[in-house]
Write a protein that binds this ligand. Structure first.
Ligand SMILES: [Ca+2]
Length: 121
């Protein structure tokens, strides 16, 4: 079962993975440091609570109020530097779970840095 979950998570990430299309966020945006703080509790290391609020939003309540910052919850950055609610998917949950299971020691080893949109060209 554990291997099946890992394979499914990796498959989801491969199919629906995002791409970085911006620059690192500054301290003025709602997303600070690395993504994953979906519940807005602070800190760089996502917890089960961060996973829970995304699951709650996607499958239980549908209430966006549980996620104070979309960019923090769009863990795979499928929405780039301007994510919308539709960019938060099961792939973001899968990435949070996968990184948690791998016992990564630093967030930068698994989670992308927050993005801000650069000047239009
Ligand atoms: Ca996403």
């Amino acid at each position: 079962m554990y291997k099946l979950l890992c394979v499914c998570s990796l498959l989801l990430l491969t199919v629906a993975g995002g791409s970085a299309r911006g620059q690192e966020a500054d301290s003025t945006g709602c997303c600070v440091g690395w993504v994953g703080d979906a519940n807005g509790s602070g800190g760089e290391w996502p917890t089960i609570s961060d996973i829970s609020v995304i699951i709650d939003f996607l499958f239980i309540s549908g209430n966006p109020d549980v996620i104070p910052c979309i960019a923090e919850a769009d863990v795979n950055q499928s929405g780039g530097c301007e994510p919308e609610w539709s960019d938060i998917t099961i792939s973001d949950v899968a990435l949070l779970i996968l990184c948690s299971m791998l016992w990564i020691h630093q967030p930068e080893e698994c989670y992308p840095h927050c993005l801000v949109c650069g000047p239009e060209q």
